[in-house]
Write a protein that binds this ligand. Structure first.
Ligand code: NDP
Length: 538
């Protein structure tokens, strides 16, 4: 059992700790609710200038921010690793590389995606009307990310918000404030206007103050419980929200799958970032005929992984990032044991010797290592098969038929991602389309958040709205409809005063004009002309 760690927020700032060593990484000043409200007000002033910039200017800023990141990849990865515990290489692969790709894609493509577009309005076009949609930025976007991908998630959202013409106020998690600071610094170095991207700090209260301020849009990533709280507060001001919440993502392995690949996918999908990914594999369903073989392959691979402090290049699994999360893992493993599931490997805190720096002071905290844990004999009626674990556990259950596999996968309040493993692509697609999740991969797992071109978001309790892709960009703008009448020389037939001739014309609208058929619509021309003459006489 790990020791309870007190979260320290000293008068002189919010302290950030390395979860592998317990040592302090740094500290930042805490913003009061009043500071947060004033940050939103000042951000709104910057927005009014920024919204007038051209796409070329915005693109130049984002491409320059990319250069700032490229010049310091190792430094940024070390900071991410120190604050979150994830291996240094994983910070490059899963945080820095994907966000760099997202940045170039959105910088180059936003103008085209947000280009004003004409909308066909059917027969109204014959009456000289036309409709155009233009996209206007919301204003101040409040970003509240979780601690698990402290760089790529908030930076990706910030970049998309800024490209759409918004300003940003972001409150990083209290566990990863320095990575949040780094994002602000990147924009400063890239030459962003003062205050275009503001970072405010504090624990949950600072996040609550940001929602209450209110900004014009809230982009939240975190737990279902906090998401619901935020939605309630945002509703008071009718603030629009995107909620990216938890997951309990299933992986289905059919008997015809390449089992070696599936085992590798399961291990990476379940244990990267010590299982603290919203889209990590939290439930594995395997056909009963290959369950023993797949479990053996998975356990073999897990035993080859080195666990330790994330700053070594040969470490595959680091510590967990938070004490609270570690306690959930301990509880879930105990519940699996009690329910009769078998712990194949792991199932306990890992005893990892850690080097402390010489100047480590009294603030040293307990490191949060938990062994990667593979559990067989799991069934959906076991409590941890329904609750999000968000840690290094991989429970394995079996199925007999395709229909059963789909039903087991859908038996969850969550619906973020899923994966299906088979050599039969038709079956893969058939099964994927029946799974109630925002993203489903066939012979792939977890990484699609890294495809910035595709929409990201969940069904059911996994969230509302989307980030990434054109769908995510559309969350950051409001469509404005501009409607023009180019033959404004006669009154409209539907204007007042209403008369028997008007009502007869309206019947014609309902039965003929609204049919969508030009031939039918043409038959009401005499009645229409009678009605217009009537209006002109008045
Ligand atoms: P929390 O809900 O605890 O916190 C998320 C963020 O909200 C943090 O920045 C937190 O600040 C802040 N916060 C806490 N209370 C409030 C409040 N009342 N008002 C406003 N903001 C508040 O989640 P975790 O940080 O523990 O993140 C883990 C969860 O995130 C998991 O469920 C995971 O699945 C989900 N997640 C979802 C993703 C997705 O794309 N769907 C991606 C990544 C994670 P502080 O940390 O300082 O308390």
């Amino acid at each position: 059992m790990s020791a309870v760690i007190q979260r320290e927020s000293a008068a002189d700032g919010l302290i950030s700790f390395d979860p592998a060593t317990g040592e302090e990484v740094g500290r930042v000043p805490i913003d009061s609710p009043e500071d947060v409200h004033s940050a939103v007000e000042r951000s709104r002033e910057v927005f009014h200038k920024w919204k007038t910039t051209s796409f070329a200017e915005r693109k130049a800023l984002i491409m320059s921010a990319r250069e700032v990141i490229l010049a310091d990849i190792d430094g940024i990865a070390k900071l991410i690793s120190a604050e979150s515990g994830k291996p240094f290489g994983e910070a490059i692969a899963m945080e820095i590389a994907p966000v760099l790709d997202l940045m170039q894609w959105i910088a180059r493509g936003a103008e085209k995606m947000l280009k004003p577009r004409r909308v066909g309005i059917g027969l109204y076009g014959l009456l000289g009307r036309s409709s155009k949609i233009i996209y206007k930025p919301y204003g101040v976007v409040g970003i509240i990310p979780a601690w698990n991908y402290p760089f790529s998630i908030p930076l990706g959202e910030t970049v998309m918000a800024v490209m759409a013409g918004n300003s940003v106020v972001m409150k990083p998690s209290e566990l990863t404030p320095l990575v949040g600071e780094k994002i602000g610094e990147i924009f400063k170095k890239a030459g962003a206007p003062d205050g275009l991207v503001r970072i405010v700090h504090g624990a949950g209260e600072a996040g609550a103050a940001l929602v209450e301020a209110p900004p014009d849009k809230v982009m939240f990533t975190g737990s279902v419980a906090t998401g619901k709280r935020i939605a309630k507060v945002a509703a008071q001001n009718l603030t629009s929200t995107v909620l990216e919440l938890g997951g309990k993502d299933p992986m289905i392995v059919f008997e015809d799958a390449n089992l070696k690949l599936a085992a590798g996918g399961a291990v990476w999908g379940a244990f990267c970032n010590a299982g603290q990914s919203c889209s990590s594999v939290e439930r594995l369903y395997v056909h009963e005929s290959v369950a023993d073989e797949l479990t053996r392959l998975i356990v073999e691979k897990v035993k080859q992984m080195k666990q330790g402090r994330g700053d070594s290049e040969d470490v595959s699994i680091g510590p967990m990032s938070s004490e609270r999360q570690l306690q959930i893992v301990e509880d879930h493993v105990a519940a699996f044991r009690e329910a009769g599931a078998k712990i194949e490997t792991g199932g306990r805190n890992a005893d990892i010797p850690v080097r402390h720096s010489e100047d480590a002071d009294k603030n040293i905290r307990v490191p949060l290592f938990y062994e990667p844990t593979v559990i067989s004999g799991a069934t959906n009626d076991m409590r941890p098969m329904q609750e999000e674990t968000f840690g290094p556990t991989l429970p394995i259950a079996t199925f007999k038929t395709e229909a059963e596999a789909i039903a087991l996968a859908n038996d969850s309040e969550f619906g973020l991602t899923a994966s299906v493993w088979t050599r039969d692509y038709a079956k893969g697609r058939r099964v994927a389309e029946q799974i109630e999740c925002g993203s489903v991969c066939i012979n792939e797992v977890l990484y699609t958040h890294g495809l910035g071109q595709t929409p990201w978001g969940g069904f059911k309790n996994s969230g509302r709205g989307r980030t990434h892709g054109i769908e995510g960009l559309m969350e950051l703008v409001q469509p404005q409809h501009i409607h023009t009448n180019r033959i404004s020389i006669v009154p409209n037939a539907w204007w007042m005063p209403y008369t028997p001739t008007a009502v007869e014309t309206f019947r014609g609208f309902a039965t003929k004009f609204a049919s969508g058929s030009m031939l039918k619509a043409a038959t009401i021309a005499p009645q229409l002309s009678k009605r217009i003459r009537e209006l002109l006489r008045r």
